[in-house]
Design a protein around this ligand. Structure first.
Ligand SMILES: Nc1ncnc2c1ncn2[C@@H]1O[C@H](COP(=O)(O)OP(=O)(O)OP(=O)(O)O)[C@@H](O)[C@H]1O
Ligand SMILES: [Mg+2]
Length: 474
């Protein structure tokens, strides 16, 4: 139904009336109004606005380019774009104004100027809104900080337990490495703490507040490695993956990328990785765009990388690129003077986690622990202690509490297990032997998992499963 029939007046008249009431309402309640023409020159300004601007006469403003009178004005933008700026904050001479700017259109729809309203001269009126916004922003920033803390480093260099000369020099090198941005290559047997030191270097570097992203190369199927590293452009593959997926390099931007088990990287991916490291840019799969990145790389392996280079299985140019700072992690058997401190720390950790009393280790048990070669290093020690604590009720752990871990023949006669009351089940004995053989082969092959699997006559997947079951892989 036509409004004219209802009200008995033309719709044109209602709109004009409405505009007028609105303008006089604004004029009464706001701090000032002004209008500019198509050249953004001031053609009209209210008394109040003159006053707000500290001007005494109209002719100090009329005919002037708007910026001459109000340097921070965005009226010209409204005239140029023809689009309103509904709410904005403008500062004039240390005064904060909440403003609204609307384009004026002629009957052909062309922008012929703009009208501006200074709504409030104080932000007081917006206080409830602003304080709600600040509260939400505070919560967001706290959550982001917490997330960053969880995502970033778990360890500091000082959390690396040990004071032996080997460890002291390791910590010194790690601290120096943290000060530079060059690539670091961490070499050491399985379980010797490479990942821990990588976290520590990141945490001590100037990138500490940026992400620390970890990629275990041996755990990712070869076909997915490139997508995982470099990301995937939207629609690169048909089906499920239509969205853009960032690669680990992009996720680590500004921070550190930890490439674990670098020795297991397929040769064709090595070439691409080298290019990324040299150029500091990635090209997501299926895209033609180059993304600039700033990533510090720390690589680690328990394999003999130099040997892999000699065998042609690892590119020598990539090896030299990664090997700018080399840090070798000493095996546990070469720093036995740290064993007591490590046990103290690990037993404390176990007690805190389980809520049970902290266990001690008696002297005889220590003798065994010290005589053992620890092919699985600190990880193996940690597991040995966890197993002993779980299986024994003794506050002081004795050699027999470790019988599940060390074969009976390792124990000297005085400490040997009482076969009558405490004998191992066949399954336990088999597990003990299996663990021992796996660790010895891993050590003999210097961490080469493919070779270890071959030595043991099992598949690589089977070896990974066994390592996981035995708690030898984190
Ligand atoms: N010096 C140390 N102090 C305390 N805990 C340690 C130390 N070294 C290693 N650990 C612990 O031992 C376990 C194995 O360490 P980490 O994962 O860093 O070894 P890794 O060298 O990366 O082994 P892998 O080659 O098998 O990946 C972790 O639980 C870690 O916390
Ligand atoms: Mg590791």
């Amino acid at each position: 139904m036509d409004i004219e029939q209802v009200l008995g007046v033309s719709s044109d008249f209602v709109v004009r009336q409405g505009m007028q009431s609105l303008l006089s309402l604004f004029n009464d309640s706001c701090e000032g109004m002004m209008a500019v023409d198509a050249d953004s020159r001031i053609v009209w300004i209210s008394e109040k606005y003159l006053h707000t601007l500290g001007l005494s006469r109209e002719d100090e403003a009329l005919g002037k380019a708007v910026e001459e009178v109000i340097p921070t004005s965005r009226m010209r933008e409204v005239v140029r774009t023809g689009r309103p700026i509904m709410l904005d904050i403008m500062v004039i001479k240390n005064q904060t104004l909440v403003v609204m700017r609307i384009p004026l259109k002629d009957k052909y729809g062309q922008t012929s100027g703009a009208i501006g309203f200074a709504l409030y001269d104080r932000l007081q009126h917006l206080k409830p809104l602003v304080s709600k916004f600040s509260e939400l922003q505070r919560q967001l920033s706290n959550t982001q900080k917490e997330l960053a803390r969880l995502r970033n480093s778990k360890y500091l260099i000082s959390s690396f337990i040990g004071n032996s000369p080997n460890v002291a020099s390791l910590k010194e090198k790690a601290t120096k490495a943290a000060r530079s941005s060059s690539s670091v290559l961490l070499l050491g047997e399985t379980g010797s703490g490479k990942e821990m030191i990588a976290h520590g270097i990141h945490a001590a570097s100037e990138r500490a507040s940026a992400p620390f992203i970890c990629v275990n190369i041996s755990a990712i199927p070869e076909t997915l490695l490139e997508a995982e590293f470099f990301g995937v452009a939207p629609g690169a593959f048909t089906g499920a993956d239509r969205k853009m997926r960032d690669g680990k390099f992009k996720l680590a931007d500004g921070g550190t990328l930890f490439l674990d088990e670098i020795g297991d990287m397929p040769v064709q991916v090595q070439a691409k990785l080298l290019r990324v490291l040299q150029e500091q840019e990635v090209e997501p799969l299926g895209s033609n765009t180059i993304v600039k990145i700033d990533v510090r790389v720390i690589a680690a392996t328990s394999r003999d990388l130099k040997e892999l280079v000699n065998e042609g299985k690892f590119r020598s140019d990539l090896y030299y690129r990664l090997n700018v700072l080399q840090i070798n992690l000493p095996p546990l058997r070469e720093r036995m003077e740290d064993l007591t401190e490590l046990c103290d720390h690990l037993l404390m950790e176990i007690a805190t986690r389980t809520g049970e009393a902290r266990r001690e280790i008696n002297e005889a048990a220590y003798r065994h622990l010290k005589a053992y070669q620890w092919p699985g290093n600190v990880r193996e020690l940690k597991n040995a202690l966890e197993q002993a604590c779980a299986l024994s009720d003794n506050l002081e752990l004795t050699p027999s509490d470790f019988s599940g871990i060390f074969p009976a023949l390792m124990l000297s006669e005085e400490d040997s297990i009482d076969l009558g009351s405490n004998s191992q089940s066949l399954a336990q004995a088999v597990a003990t032997l299996e663990r021992k053989m796996i660790l010895e082969c891993l050590n003999a092959s210097r961490g080469n998992k493919a070779l270890t699997a071959r030595m043991l006559g099992i598949s690589r997947a089977n070896l990974y499963q066994k390592l996981t079951d035995l708690g030898l892989m984190s």
